[in-house]
Design a protein around this ligand. Structure first.
Ligand code: GLN
Length: 451
């Protein structure tokens, strides 16, 4: 009830929730109390959490922040959310996001922009929470929810976590089932938790992760008790500092915080090693070919016939065109067009195929680095939260904000963002740790020491 009251008070300003499921939340809270009374409380019994509106929730509207799914009520529950429910979590509602998770600012939602609860010192300008899981990040930072689910295709858990001063982990590709998560770019999409502490993320991931026969890319590996890694000794761990992440024009404060993080890990007994990931510079360019290509394929299902908004036309082709024109926002249309272009005959080899080859080189860089080090430390983003509307007139400037998060997505490796301090404006900055495939425990151990 306290969280629902906080939502009622603050959501009109923050716009972090698209749908609030108050009655259902109280009902499941009572069920959690009853389970506790019977001595049958699950791992998350009674924990009030928010769900990114990209996870299908049975009987609860799931919009992907798009008009084309504005009234879509799924008849089934995603695997991740059903596992959270199984463990007793209480769902407060569905959080806002960039339309179909495409964006880094939450400005592209058909349900309006989300505000970051943080402000610059002495300045009332509304700031973005980052994206695409900006509603989840804003809700957790403002104490509207204890934690939230997010999804990360190119940074959408890590960058908003950094902008809002919370922790968030993108697990290894295949660790959490994608079944029932509205697809953006299937070879990149991963679900993960966002919470105020690294340990809370560890507890949630244990519930969310695991093999699911309904997702052919989910991996059949035991799920460890991640929370046990928090507090573990870091003595002797080797941490790589990738030279290529010293990007030109990055604010000195972010460089300084990165150095500070390096010192903290050295003090905790880690050995710091300089490494090189030479193909980093191609990360953004290849991501913005692969992700739109897969999006153009995935979003072909929204044709006005099977889902969502339909605008009648005089024939079937016109019905598709009018429905999509009305149902999709500008960024989604841009991505569908880029994706269709790079997949079309004559361009496929030059763009899509070449991007897939460079993707292999990016993965090889990481594999070689992990021969020498146990994890990598970088900033999460090249800036702190920026003003709403900033960077909106030039999509490329917006895409540049993903420079540190997309390489790990391309390689499928896990990455965590940990709150690392405030800049001189009083805004949170995040540090990112990247690990070997399926070494989420290493990231929790390191992240716990950094926060
Ligand atoms: N900002 C990136 C994009 O716009 C990543 C989004 C995401 O991870 N879902 O594609």
């Amino acid at each position: 009830q306290a969280h629902l009251d906080a939502i009622e008070a603050l959501n009109p300003r923050l716009n972090a929730f698209i749908t609030v499921t108050g009655e259902q939340a109280l009902e499941s809270a009572r069920a959690a109390d009853a389970a506790r009374g019977r001595g049958a409380a699950g791992l998350l019994a009674g924990a009030p959490i928010a769900i990114k509106d990209l996870f299908c929730t049975e009987g609860v509207r799931t919009t992907a922040a798009s008009r084309i799914l504005g009234d879509f009520v799924p008849p089934y529950e995603s695997t991740v959310t059903s596992q959270l429910k199984r463990d007793g979590a209480v769902f407060l509602g569905k959080t806002n996001l960039d339309e179909f998770a495409m964006g880094s600012s939450n400005m592209t939602s058909a349900f309006g922009a989300v505000e970051n609860p943080w402000k610059r010192h002495g300045d009332d300008t509304a700031l973005v929470p980052g994206g695409s899981s900006g509603g989840s990040a804003s809700a957790v930072a403002a104490r509207l929810a204890l934690a939230a689910t997010g999804t990360d295709t190119g940074g959408s858990i890590r960058q908003p976590a950094a902008f809002c001063g919370i922790a968030g982990i993108k697990p290894t590709y295949g660790r959490c089932s994608r079944w029932g998560v509205v697809a953006f770019a299937s070879s990149l999409d991963q679900a993960g938790p966002m919470a105020r502490t690294v340990e809370d993320c560890a507890i949630l991931l244990r519930s969310m992760a695991g093999f699911d026969p309904k997702d052919s890319t989910s991996v059949d590996r035991a799920v460890p008790d991640y929370a046990k890694a928090c507090g573990r000794s870091l003595k002797g761990m080797r941490i790589g500092i990738p030279a290529e992440y010293h990007s030109a024009g990055m604010p000195a404060e972010i460089e300084a915080m990165w150095q500070q993080g390096t010192d903290w890990l050295r003090d905790a007994g880690c050995e710091i090693v300089n490494v090189s990931l030479p193909h980093t510079k191609y990360g953004l360019a290849t991501y913005y070919i692969v992700a739109p290509a897969e999006c153009s394929s995935n979003l072909a299902r929204y044709d006005g016939v099977r889902f969502g908004e339909r605008v009648e036309g005089s024939n079937l082709g016109e019905l598709y065109e009018l429905s999509r024109a009305a149902g999709f926002g500008a960024e989604v249309k841009r991505r569908i067009m880029i994706g269709t272009y790079v997949l079309s005959s004559g361009y496929y080899d030059a763009y899509y195929l070449r991007a897939q080859k460079v993707r292999s080189l990016i993965l090889r860089d990481f594999t070689e680095a992990f021969g020498k080090v146990d994890a990598l430390l970088t900033p999460t983003a090249p800036s702190a939260a920026f003003a709403q509307g900033e960077k909106m007139d030039d999509p490329v400037t917006m895409y540049l904000n993903d420079i540190f998060t997309v390489p790990a997505s391309m390689a499928g490796i896990p990455g965590i963002s940990v709150p690392a301090g405030l800049d001189s404006n009083g805004l949170p900055l995040g540090l990112q740790l990247l690990g070997r495939p399926f070494d989420e425990e290493g990231l929790f151990a390191l992240g716990w020491a950094l926060e």
